[in-house]
Ligand binder design. Structure first.
Ligand code: ADP
Ligand code: MG
Length: 243
């Protein structure tokens, strides 16, 4: 019987070359991997090894020089700029190291923005915003400005903004990079909880302390895959991963 489902993400032979004035940087070379639905996948490796480049390609913010990328079985290489923007808006949630909230907009307006771009009607937008703010425990700060929140709270709002459109995958680039260890752990606990509820997460980190949150970790070095390590702790195996 057909019980195997297609991986959510398939990367085949991904290459990325950056050309600047007189320099050619091979940022990614022969990168192959797949991410299954419900995984907490992490990308690790030292600074400059290609983690952010890979995440930008995963998030359709950049295109590979060569290779094939299938998102939920659909090849995304040849899509137009407009189609890529639509897929980004509807299927991908981004969380950045520096939160990237808009400073003169309230928490709830920040979280609502991706839905405004989607032309969703106001009533549904408001209901979704209220629901995700509750999920990240930030309802009580809905009318605040980002500058009135701690770093950990701002990142929880950024997680809510990434979640509000119900994306197929959450991409996080060093989401704990600007947080102290207590708040860093809180944000990772939140991501882990979202995974248990069925989300698929791909996180970049160079911090080994956090690698045990992931179910699998891909280690990059100089743009190539060194190894992929199963980091799932046995006790977590049944936590919603198969749903
Ligand atoms: P990491 O996120 O692992 O620190 P990056 O993906 O940012 O690494 O960078 C990988 C390599 O590609 C580095 O050598 C970097 O200097 C180079 N690079 C990244 N972006 C660009 C760009 N837009 N133009 C030229 N070189 C780039
Ligand atoms: Mg980076």
């Amino acid at each position: 019987t057909m019980t195997m489902s297609t991986p959510l993400i398939q990367m085949e032979g991904i290459e990325k070359v950056f050309h600047t004035e007189d320099l050619e940087t091979h940022a990614l070379s022969k990168v192959n991997f797949a991410i299954n639905k419900g995984e907490f996948f992490s990308i690790a490796g030292p600074s400059g090894c290609g983690k952010s480049t890979l995440l930008s390609i995963l998030g359709l913010l950049d295109t590979p020089t060569d290779g094939r990328y299938l998102l939920d079985g659909v090849p995304v290489n040849g899509l137009s700029v407009k189609e890529r923007a639509r897929i980004r808006n509807e299927q991908i949630g981004f969380i950045f190291q520096s939160f990237n909230l808009i400073g003169d907009m309230s928490v709830e307006d920040n979280v609502e923005l991706p839905l405004v771009y989607r032309r969703m009607e106001k009533k549904e937008r408001r209901a979704r915003v209220a629901s995700v703010l509750e999920r990240v425990q930030m309802s009580h700060r809905a009318k605040h400005l980002p500058s009135q929140l701690s770093g950990g709270q701002q990142q929880r709002v950024a997680v809510a903004r990434a979640l509000v459109g119900d994306p197929k995958i959450l991409l996080a680039d060093e989401p704990t990079g600007n947080l102290d260890s207590v708040n860093g752990e809180k944000v990772l606990d939140l991501l882990k909880q979202l995974q248990a509820e069925g989300s698929t997460i791909c996180m970049v980190t160079h911090d080994d302390r956090y690698s045990n949150y992931a179910s699998r970790t891909i280690h990059l070095f100089d743009g190539t895959v060194q190894r992929v390590v199963d980091t799932e702790r046995p006790l977590d195996l049944k936590a919603g991963v198969l749903s």
